[in-house]
Write a protein that binds this ligand. Structure first.
Ligand code: PGA
Length: 241
């Protein structure tokens, strides 16, 4: 099971102290088969990965430029640079970036360059409320997968995060039966070699009681609740109780 923390644009050097609890929890539970990955803002990737040396917790980024080569791109960071400072993962296609203009084809280029740089990709897909209401969920998911993963043959470094846009940061989660249907639909798209499929959107220490019962889910992408170490640990604990 994956527990991936998406810190979004939160956190500073001081915040990292709060991770000591999670480091201890991870060390005390080495035998459990869960994988914790922290995706902080880029400013914290290096200090965080230094702090996590000798732990099983890994670090990821939240986005990157589409070229793995250096270039005249003010304000941008590429996948190679992220790898260089300790990131092993990168979140791509998050709806907060799609909403500000990131297209499927741009996401596809980012995925390709991140694969070349040796990062694992957490590829986010999900329908808006409007699409869900007009029964276009499957159509949206299909298109995002098709365009986002266009001409990528080796998908072994790809993890899918199914995040219904309407459930991100809202406290709303899909009904279990709907969620199972969507995850199965995604898995079916890949046939026998399905990547791991995570769920994201309002995962917290309360909603986890419902979500953990859904056996087709391979883990969680956690936003808001991951910034509080106690809540984050609670989510992991509750998954296994
Ligand atoms: P949330 O965010 O857990 O705060 O809903 C999830 C995400 O944006 O990945």
């Amino acid at each position: 099971m994956y527990f991936i923390a998406n810190w979004k644009m939160y956190g500073d050097l001081k915040t990292l102290n709060s991770l000591d609890k999670v480091i201890k929890f991870s060390k005390d539970n080495r035998k459990n088969k869960f994988k914790i990955v922290y995706c902080p803002p880029n400013t914290l990737i290096r200090p965080l990965s230094k702090r996590l040396i000798k732990t099983k917790i890994e670090v990821g980024a939240q986005n990157c430029h589409e070229s793995e080569n250096s270039g005249a791109h003010t304000g941008q960071v590429n996948s190679k640079m992220l790898r260089n400072v300790g990131a092993k993962y990168v979140i791509l296609g998050h709806s907060e970036n799609r909403q500000i203009g990131e297209t499927d084809s741009l996401i596809n280029s980012k995925i390709k360059s991140s694969i070349k740089s040796g990062l694992k990709i957490i590829f986010c897909i999900g329908e808006t409320l409007k699409e869900r209401r007009s029964k276009k969920t499957n159509q949206t998911l299909s298109l995002q997968i098709k365009k986002g993963l266009k001409s990528i043959k080796n998908k072994s470094n790809i993890i899918i995060a199914y995040e219904p846009v309407w459930s991100i940061g809202t406290g709303l989660i899909p009904k279990s039966e709907d969620l199972i249907k969507s995850i199965k639909f995604i898995k079916k798209k890949f046939g026998k070699k399905s990547p791991k499929i995570l769920y994201g959107g309002s995962v917290n220490n309360i909603s986890i009681s419902q979500l953990k019962k859904i056996s087709v889910i391979d883990g969680f992408l956690i936003g808001g609740a991951s910034q509080d170490s106690k809540k984050f640990i609670d989510i992991i604990k509750k998954t296994y109780i």
